[in-house]
Design a protein around this ligand. Sequence first.
Ligand code: SF4
Ligand code: SF4
Length: 709
Amino acid sequence: MVGIYSLQHVVDWLVPGRELFLALHVLGVACFIYIVSKRLVPLPRAQSDPRFDQPLVRMGRVFKFWLGQWKHPRYKFAGTLHLLIFAGFILLALRAFTVLIVGVSENFAMPGLSGKTGQIYDLITDYAATVVFLCMAVAAVRRLVFKPARYAVPARYGKGHTADAVFLLGLIAILMVADSLFAASRSAGHVQQGQPAETLAAFSLPWMLQMAVGSLPMATIWGLNVGAYLVHEITFYFLLCYRPFGIQFHVETSLFSIYFSKLERGTLKPVRWDVPEERLDQLKSFGVKTFEDFTWKHILDFYSCADCGRCAENCPSNAVGRPLAPRFLTVKARDYAFKHYPVIGKANNSKPLIGTVFSEDEIWSCTTCGACEEECPLLVEYIDKIVDLRRGMIDDGNVPQSLQKPLKALESRGNPYGKIEKKRADWAKTPDFQQSTKVKVLDGKNAADTLYFVDSITSYDDRMQSIGRATARILSHLGKNFGILGAAEKDSGHEVRRFGEEMLFMALRDHNTEAIKASGVQRIVTADPHAFNALKHDYEDVPPVEHISQVLAREARAGNLRFNAADNWLENRDRVYTYHDPCYLGRHNQVYDDPRDVLDSIPGLNRVEMQRSRDRSFCCGGGGLMLFYEPKEEQRMGVMRVRMAAEAGANAIVTACPFCMVNIEDAIKVAGMEGKMSVIDLTELVDQHMVCEGCPDRTQKLETATVGG
Ligand code: SF4
Ligand code: SF4
């Protein structure tokens, strides 16, 4: 009987093996390079995006989010499965390359992996191959039998992706079996020949296969060894070349996507990175209209999405039935790239995206809440892309009817309601309020070191004005030397910018920046997270800004802010509060603990958490000028949020944003929960409870009584 001495021996018998395997390697690698190079064609044609700064920070993110798979455990089962597969792949990478090279160089061993170390590595990778194989089986059963809802593809977004996913799982499983059978048959052959055999890890897949084939005739073992090798090699290269045709391309691109990911939360990309603001008016076209108007990083994102559906599952627009699911923005853009930049044939590009790939409603439906970006394990970005697409639509005069009036009003009056500038500070002129609190208008005659930036909704909306008064009373009680800009303040422009009206935003920003600088203040405080985010990230050259919750938490910790017990209030006795994180305070600026700490320093206040809280908070529906837009939807986001609060056992929602207040207040009415649920702003609650000499009688019901309660 012919003995099995080595793989080279085997292939020498079969064909001139070295040449065969070398040819397969060269062909596989060449195909892969060709396909990837074709996939990369749109990137240099795309817009610039300066992502080459801070290499150490970026490397840190690669370690955390790519190698450490940081976000995967947010989904416990699927995350654990992915972690195991990823760890298995990382461990098996060297073994796979070693097996490939052994075909052309029979005694090859990876540097550092010969002798004892190599044996230990082999044992570990025996288990790794087993774990990956089992994970493939579990993942396939999950896809085919349990069918998690987030993988489903609604008819309007095309065909389901299950078949492709299962095919890929099958290929990886074949790779693991081939790898294990190769090791098992080699070891079995050596045993039969009385040669020193590799020790296979007990109960691993290779070990079990060795048990199964060990007693077979030598020729069969030999055949299995050759067959396993060939299957391994062909599957390996097939997978390598097949991946760039679908979601598995993320295996190659995600590392780069994460390295080049956006570092600053809450910020928005400029219209064009390579065109300074003062030259924007010379641009022929604004925003994204064609595929090539995206930046190269955004196109890389399209390739890097793993189609896991986490973004869509957490997207409030998707949840309420708006025509937007972020996952499909990416899937459609990737399909577009594959179709218009084919692997074989010429690129066929520059088609308008709106109306062909994306619908107008889809792009207007986003509240820029950031839930999708927070959830994505591969740090795929959405808000910048959506705002860029909006910029393109605005540039084409494509503005939803309901938004035309507020935009005109913002242009002419500096607020979306069209109210006159002189009335901007009227909220501070009610007789009751003026008795207890004096608010300076920093108009050149008065000076202060803190500016309270009020913004439009709190200045003009009758209900929200009480947030302004509560904030001013608190600042006054804390002894802050503060003032407001009054008629000199215009809308912060935060929503305008996210709506895509960059030039209008710039005009508002420049006006406010001048007014702030002229006021001579050293710091800014605001009770509006949208103004907070704008002043912090969209403005330059203005003093540091804080949200009022940050000031309150600091003062409470320092003992300067003390509270009466919550249960001193008759109507508060059975009240169970829950805190709703506003998107632009929480997710975009990471202020989660301060508002909660303030609430928890009110003695006797009973607080529960909603299931979706902190970075998983559910948007109220107010961002991105949504207060003025009526999207197609099956229900309101606010209504869903109010129900979430009720499910948590709360009957009072505390928020820290006037936009949230408007939406939740409306939602309580729409949901028919008046009398069962109430909403109050954090400043109003603090104002009601703070121990304050000279404040109105705390035992009386204040003007800030909770809505709906
Ligand atoms: S930002 Fe919010 S609303 Fe917009 S796509 Fe992402 S999750 Fe959906
Ligand atoms: S964008 Fe991210 S979260 Fe959304 S489907 Fe793709 S990988 Fe998953």
